[in-house]
Design a protein around this ligand. Structure first.
Ligand code: MG
Length: 163
């Protein structure tokens, strides 16, 4: 069986925070605000994976009221989500992420991001796609007030797996 899931997340950009996107630290004058490291791309991906497996959402599994997750590296959350998917008998077929942000430029970091995500999910790099777009200076992403990310993930039962 194959199942698809969708994820969406937004975090506010503020001064005095590190910027972590898709498991990569990027030098920038602002970072994303959140209970965890606020890695918006990983959060969207986690929600896509959980949604595909009908396993609720990231806030259900890792509540932002829980001190265990304060400042946590979101790669740990993604590893945990990949385990949950596996426990339910699924594995990733492929996923595709779009980051919406005006600044900084994402493109130079894409290969490192894909490597990080593939490592967390124990999959091949070609199963992971990540891209970025500006929103033409429109809306909160365009004004640099925050970064948004969308993700879709296709998961399959082991018997369906082709590789
Ligand atoms: Mg989030």
């Amino acid at each position: 069986m194959m199942r698809v899931g969708l994820g969406f997340d937004v975090h506010r950009l503020v001064e005095g925070r590190e910027l972590w996107l898709a498991g990569v630290k990027i030098e920038h004058d602002k970072g994303l605000l959140g209970h965890s490291d606020a890695d918006v791309a990983i959060h969207a991906l986690c929600d896509a994976l959980l949604g595909a497996a009908s396993l609720r959402d990231i806030g259900y599994h890792f509540p932002d009221t829980d001190p265990r997750y304060k400042g946590i590296d979101s790669r740990k959350l993604l590893r945990q989500v990949a385990l949950l998917i596996g426990q339910k008998g699924y594995r990733l077929a492929n996923c595709d992420i779009t980051i919406c942000c005006e600044q900084p430029k994402i493109n130079p970091h894409v290969p490192a991001m894909i490597e990080q995500l593939a490592q967390c999910m124990q999959c091949r790099a070609e199963q992971v796609s990540l891209k970025a777009t500006t929103t033409e200076r429109l809306g909160f992403t365009g004004r640099g007030e925050g970064i948004a990310a969308y993700a879709v993930a296709l998961i399959e039962t082991e018997s369906e797996a082709t590789s």
